[in-house]
Design a protein around this ligand. Sequence first.
Ligand code: AMP
Ligand code: MG
Length: 424
Amino acid sequence: MNTSRATPTSSPAAPAARPALRPLDDALAELLTPALPLAGPETVSTFEADGRVLAEDVVSALQVPPEDNSSMDGYAVRAAEVQHAGTALRVSQRIPAGSAGSALEPGTAARIFTGAPIPAGADAVVMQEDCEVLADPQGFIRITQAPKPAQWIRRAGEDVMRGAVVLSKGERLTPAALGLAAGIGRNFLQVARRPRVALFSTGDELVMPGEVAPEQMRPGAIYNSNRFFLRALLSRLGCEVTDMGIVPDRRDATLDALRSASQAHDLILTSGGVSVGEEDHIKPAVQQLGSLDLWQIAIKPGKPFAYGKVGPAHFIGLPGNPVSSFVTFLLLVRPFLLKLQGASQVAMKSVTVPAHFSWPRADKRREFLRVRRNAAGGLDLFANQSSGVLTSAVWGDGLVDNPAGQTIAHGDSVQFIPFSELLS
Ligand code: AMP
Ligand code: MG
């Protein structure tokens, strides 16, 4: 039996009072207060604007569709002239999409195609499946289904009215939003500047994949995982990343890295070294150069988290354990970066889903469990919820937000936050 971790029977000095753990919502509110929108919005091509945060209201100078048009390939008619199935009409013109056509001659039909403007006088479209093209007399059709007035017509302005705000300042641009902006003629958009983020990992145990082959790893060494997902998470949030690599666990190296990162960056983001062990140099280094609030947040995974300033730059220190680092990024850094970009929606949205697992041990901290939706509409739990097991975040497709002190029984409704919500 390993007794090296046995609790000592007497302690050499009076133990320092442990700081109270801070509720996540309080920590988040405190973190977002100094996250003031970055100055200097920029104009980008609509092609390049995916994921960026709008810095203007986008107002439509025209209506969409610009005029009434057909939603079917068929024939435009006056409904009053086709009251009965079997009515035959002469085809007096042909209007493909992109051409204008002319007023519909009374007593005739216009051949029309999807997206083509409805000719003046016509008030319904009969789809071609409900028409027969007659051989005799030539140039006539017989309508086999009497139309209802207005059928298969898309109304002018039914999508966008002239003068409407189609996209609002603070909205994050999605692919559909880019299409809508283009649809009202906008090839450039004003968006928030990209946050400039300096990223580094701490830890003398860290080795970069590619530098040392797996079979040559020295004892105690591990590959640097956090650097990879943090870079990817940052770029998904529209950041310009300066990747400073791995900084050794030494005070001087940490000070140098922080000093250089504080130049020309909006945020310095680090992983590891943020606890209070002797090998954790982040805390004293940030305190020496600027100011630091070290928070023990009442969440699991992810207790240690630090916010501060180094010169003009914001500083955020994430825990080293990969799942803790990943989850605290999603819960805290993501809203922080969105707020820097002036986003109006920074809170994460959860949905209520039944748990198809049980979680019999309540924790003092609010927990974020890695789960996956199953085909039965419930959630399965990844078996190993340890903060070092990154497989849980790959296997899972979201987090269960479980309040402190709460157990979960099979079938209970729980709050689920899909990664699709957090990773975009
Ligand atoms: P720390 O917060 O520095 O005490 O690290 C906590 C745990 O996370 C240790 O087991 C570290 O080896 C591990 N860790 C720290 N940084 C990384 C990283 N970049 N990639 C993978 N594991 C890490
Ligand atoms: Mg470390």
